[in-house]
Design a protein around this ligand. Structure first.
Ligand SMILES: [Mg+2]
Length: 386
C-alpha cells in the first residue's frame, strides 16, 4: 500500500470563503425531458431525464443547481425523493445567510453520504454567488477559462453493426474519445469489432459494475484492444477487489461509482485500485470536493475526467466549469446537447467545434441562462419552500 496518499494535504478552493446571501425564494422543481434516444447500461435503460432542480433567488438574482439523482436507485442509492428529504430536513436548516460556503459544508459533515443532495445545494449557491459578483463560476473557484475536450458515451446497442454505426457517427463530429458501455455477453467481441474498425480511436469501456472477480479472464482479454481504461468493472461499492483485479491487468482501471468523496479517492490511490478516476461533481458532494479529488490525483500522477449523468443544460454547464481545473487531463463525458434532448432548458446548447473542443459559455455563474418558460413547460412538480 502506498500510504502517502492517505496523508497528503490537498488545497481548498477559494470559493469556500464566499458568503451565503439572504435567500428570498427557494424552489424545488422536478423537470422531465424526453431523451432523443433511450440510454442503456448494464443496469438499466432510461428513456426520459427526470431531474430535480434547486432554484435560489436573492435580490432578483437567480442561481440554479441540478441534482444528478434519478427517480430510481439503479445507478446510485440516492433518488430524487431521498434528496428532497435530506435537503428539507437536514441541509436547508443550516443554510444561513452570512455563513461562508466552507462553514456551510462543515455544518453538513454530520450528514453521512448524500453527496448528490449536498452537490445540488452547493451548486445553486455557487452559481448564485458568482452571478451576484457578475463573474464566471470558474473564476469564483480560482480557475481559468479554457476550451474543454469532448467525449461521448454510447449506451449498449442492439447489435455489433448498430454499435459500429454509432461509433462512426461519433467520429464524424469529431469527439476526442468514445466510451462504450459493456455488460456480460456484450463485451470482448463488441470491443474487438470497434477496435478493428477504428484502430486509432481513443476508446474506453464502462461496465457499471456488471462483473465479479471471477470474470477476470474475460476482462484480461480487453488488454488486447489498447483501451485507455476500463471503467468500474466490479461492484459499485468496491475498492479492494478492483485493486486485486488491477494487479493482473495491463489496461488502467477507472473508478466511478466507488468514489463518493476525497477519502474514497485516497483509499483507491493507496491501494492502487485504479489508474484513473471519473469525478462526477454531482455525486461526490459538489464542485469543491471534486477539486480536492482532482488535486489529490494530480499529486499522485493519476488522470481524472468529468463524468456525465445525462444532465440537462444546467448540470452540463457545471461539468464544463469544473473541467477548467488543471487535473482534468482526459476527455470526459461532455457531449453535444442534441444527442440527448431536442429542446433543453438553457439558452446555449453544447456544440463541438470542428476540432472537437467545446467552448466554455461566457456568461456569469455557470455561463448559460436558464429559460424559465422552458423549465415551466417541462415541470412535473414545483414546491416553494417557505
Ligand atoms: Mg461510469
Amino acid at each position: 500500500m502506498d500510504q502517502q496518499f492517505l496523508h497528503c494535504a490537498v488545497p481548498l478552493s477559494p470559493a469556500v470563503d464566499a458568503r451565503i446571501p439572504v435567500l428570498h425564494k427557494i424552489d424545488l422543481i422536478v423537470v422531465r425531458l424526453p431523451f432523443v434516444k433511450p440510454f442503456a447500461t448494464s443496469v438499466h435503460t432510461w428513456a426520459v431525464k427526470e431531474a430535480l432542480l434547486l432554484r435560489l433567488e436573492s435580490d432578483g438574482v437567480v442561481g440554479w443547481g441540478e441534482c444528478v439523482a434519478d427517480p430510481d436507485p439503479f445507478y446510485a442509492s440516492e433518488t430524487t425523493q431521498t434528496v428532497r428529504h435530506i435537503f428539507k430536513e437536514f441541509l436547508l436548516p443550516q443554510l444561513k445567510p452570512g455563513l461562508t460556503i466552507g462553514e456551510l459544508l462543515a455544518s453538513w459533515s454530520p450528514v453521512r453520504g448524500h453527496g448528490m443532495a449536498k452537490a445540488m445545494v452547493e451548486n445553486a449557491l455557487l452559481d448564485l454567488i458568482a452571478r451576484q459578483q457578475n463573474r464566471p463560476l470558474h473564476a469564483l473557484l480560482g480557475l481559468s477559462a479554457r476550451r474543454i475536450q469532448s467525449g461521448i458515451s454510447l449506451g449498449i446497442q442492439e447489435s455489433i453493426p448498430a454499435l459500429l454505426d454509432a461509433v462512426a457517427d461519433a467520429m464524424r463530429r469529431p469527439y476526442h474519445r468514445v466510451k462504450l458501455k459493456i455488460m456480460q455477453g456484450k463485451d470482448v467481441a463488441w470491443v474487438r469489432a470497434v477496435r478493428e474498425a477504428f484502430p486509432d480511436l481513443c476508446l474506453m469501456a464502462d461496465a457499471n459494475g456488471d462483473y465479479r472477480l471471477e470474470h477476470a479472464p474475460i476482462l484480461r482479454e480487453l488488454d488486447a484492444f489498447n483501451l485507455t481504461m476500463v471503467e468500474q468493472p466490479l461492484s459499485y461499492s468496491d475498492i479492494v477487489q478492483h485493486a486485486v483485479l488491477q494487479a493482473g491487468l495491463a489496461t488502467p482501471l477507472c473508478l466511478d461509482e466507488s468514489i463518493h468523496d476525497l477519502d474514497d479517492a485516497r483509499s483507491a490511490l493507496a491501494l492502487k485500485a485504479c489508474g484513473v478516476i471519473n469525478i462526477k461533481q454531482g455525486r461526490v458532494g459538489g464542485m469543491i470536493e471534486s477539486l480536492r479529488i482532482a488535486a489529490l490525483c494530480q499529486h499522485a500522477g493519476v488522470d481524472v475526467w468529468s463524468g456525465g449523468m445525462d444532465e440537462t443544460g444546467i448540470g452540463r454547464a457545471f461539468n464544463l466549469q469544473l473541467q477548467t481545473a488543471s487535473g482534468f487531463t482526459l476527455p470526459g463525458d461532455t457531449s453535444e446537447t442534441a444527442r440527448y434532448f431536442s429542446e433543453d432548458i438553457v439558452d446555449q446548447a453544447v456544440v463541438l467545434a470542428d476540432d472537437g473542443f467545446i467552448a466554455l459559455p461566457e456568461g456569469p455563474g455557470i455561463g448559460v441562462t436558464v429559460l424559465e418558460d422552458r423549465v415551466a413547460r417541462y415541470t412535473l412538480e414545483r414546491e416553494s419552500i417557505p
